[in-house]
Design a protein around this ligand. Structure first.
Ligand code: SAH
Ligand code: SF4
Ligand code: F3S
Length: 484
């Protein structure tokens, strides 16, 4: 267990030591406190969870909602609520700045509602300088915790509700994986499923290994059991989550590969679609390609972050592959699975990156022809090796290369999307269209968005849809008459 630094209020603690029993005990305590406070206020207490960052955080937020819901808070869409929690991200500086900006607004809500509780958790809280800043300048925050002890949320709420001080509980690391706590899913028909936590790769620009800790895989039986329960509860699509799913299972007592795990998950009856992210190119095995090619359920989509097309920069980034190996991998994937969609992440402006390096990235973009790509400007993260590199690239140079790569990425993505126009393909309908309620919105196996005529009864079902028009990054479609 990690380093437990916490301002503990004096209270009798007859709570069980074992998890998750301990948290179920605190859930009961929290229920009493919430109900007492609601009685005093004369209305049910409301909550709002705001998520920044990646799919891992989105899944963690479902766990936060699960607890808040279970202990008697009711969800609201506004941050003017009785309990507001920000689940933060620190992968790039702007993710970080957003949080400070919005805390100002929360403090003005709190002035009008003294009962309001403000909590902060997630990756940003694992950075010491952030917690110091909160402690000094954001005294109105009630609760601060990190990524390793999110399972303790109920316990921490009880402490925060019975304390006048800011409760801070940050662990440096953990080897614990606590299963079976309540979760409140955003969609009833699809769900993220953590298969592993943390990261051991230490790409030189990246803060994630420092804030999420070392790689830990869940036991296959726990993953399978969770997915079986989800399917019994109406889920048809799962997204398996890990920072590098291709190294899943390596450090289990009985090691298994990611491909073997997928084979097991594929067998779950009633499950229709399997997605996963993220795949690190250095660990993508032939076995995985085989399993994907043979599968009816695994979506024909591979998110394969490139980061840079320059072998020199890739070495500096500590990515453990070069341009040629990456291109070979893409060839292999396309040969085995011709209709696979390949998407990527690109960083522009890594220290020492020259025009020639950026042109190498452009060359890979042109050769691979990505279906879509997230293009990021390099952000210096203190504590990472790249932050100490001396040759940081001036902003105007980065901007020029960024614009050049982004333009190419977008025009290729558009051309690729056009190739599917006129085809009839299965779409999982996800929601009523946000702009036009005579339409529904869903996703193809390759993750592209499709809008089509329909109603709420279609949500959560997979329908064959004719892609009548490609609008660049999404499609308009209709259910062909012969299918109706
Ligand atoms: N584990 C995943 C990535 C998680 S972070 C992987 O290895 O692919 C998501 C993306 O954020 C990364 O792929 C990278 O493109 C980007 N990113 C990470 N650190 C960054 C930084 N310091 N500056 C800019 N982008 C960064
Ligand atoms: Fe960051 Fe690299 Fe780990 Fe991805 S694999 S989370 S980019 S260190
Ligand atoms: Fe951000 Fe943490 Fe994800 S830093 S990208 S929320 S793992």
């Amino acid at each position: 267990m990690g380093n437990d630094k916490m301002n503990k209020p004096a209270m009798p603690d007859e709570a069980p030591v074992m998890e998750p029993q301990r948290q179920f005990y605190y859930i009961e305590r929290a229920k009493e406190l919430v109900s007492e406070r609601a009685k005093k206020c004369g209305h049910p207490l409301t909550f709002h969870v705001e998520t920044f960052g990646c799919q891992m955080n989105a899944r963690d937020s479902e766990k936060l909602r699960g607890i808040l819901d279970t202990i008697g808070f009711v969800p609201v869409d506004t941050e003017n609520a009785d309990f507001v929690i920000y689940n933060t991200c620190t992968v790039r500086e702007n993710a970080n700045n957003k949080v400070y900006g919005r805390l100002g607004t929360l403090s003005s809500y709190k002035k009008k509602n003294p009962n309001m509780m403000i909590a902060l958790c997630g990756c940003m809280m694992q950075e010491q300088h952030v917690v110091e800043k909160l402690r000094m300048s954001y005294r109105f925050v009630n609760l601060v915790f990190g990524t390793h002890n999110i399972f303790k949320f109920a316990e921490l709420i009880v402490h925060a509700m019975t304390s006048d001080e800011m409760v801070i509980d940050i662990w440096d690391e953990t080897s614990q994986i606590v299963e079976d706590l309540p979760v409140e899913r955003k969609y009833h028909f699809k769900s993220g499923v953590n298969i592993m936590f943390g990261c051991n790769n230490f790409c030189s620009y990246c803060i994630v290994p420092y804030v999420r800790g070392r790689e830990r895989s869940r036991e296959p039986k726990d993953i399978i059991r969770e997915i079986e329960h989800l399917v019994a509860d109406g889920v048809v699509e799962v997204m398996l989550l890990g920072q590098n799913v291709n190294s899943y299972g390596k450090n289990l007592d009985h090691p298994i590969t990611f491909a073997q795990l997928l084979r097991e998950i594929e067998k779950i009856e009633g499950l229709k679609r399997i997605r996963f992210m993220t795949s690190h190119p250095k660990d993508l095995s032939d076995e995985l390609i085989e399993v994907m090619a043979a599968s009816d359920k695994i979506c024909k989509h591979m998110h394969l972050p490139l980061q840079s097309g320059s072998s020199r920069i890739l070495k500096e980034m500590n990515r453990h592959y070069d341009k040629e190996q990456y291109l070979l991998l893409v060839d292999k994937l396309r040969k085995a699975i011709p209709d696979i969609a390949i998407t990527t992440d690109i960083i522009v402006g890594f220290p020492g990156e020259t025009k020639e390096d950026a042109l190498e990235t452009l060359d890979v973009v042109r050769k691979v022809r990505y279906d879509s790509a997230f293009t990021f400007i390099y952000s210096k993260r203190s504590g990472t090796p790249a932050a100490k590199m001396e040759n940081q690239v001036p902003e105007d140079e980065v901007k020029e290369n960024f614009d050049m790569i982004l333009k190419e990425v977008q025009s290729i993505a558009c051309e690729k999307a056009m190739e599917l126009e006129g085809k009839i393909l299965p779409v999982l309908v996800e929601q009523i269209n946000e702009q036009d309620d005579t339409l529904v919105t869903g996703r193809l196996s390759n993750n592209s968005v499709v809008h089509l005529n329909g109603d709420a009864s279609m949500i959560g079902t997979i329908v064959n849809v004719e892609l009548t028009e490609c609008k660049g990054f999404y499609y308009l479609g209709r259910v062909p008459e012969e299918v109706l």
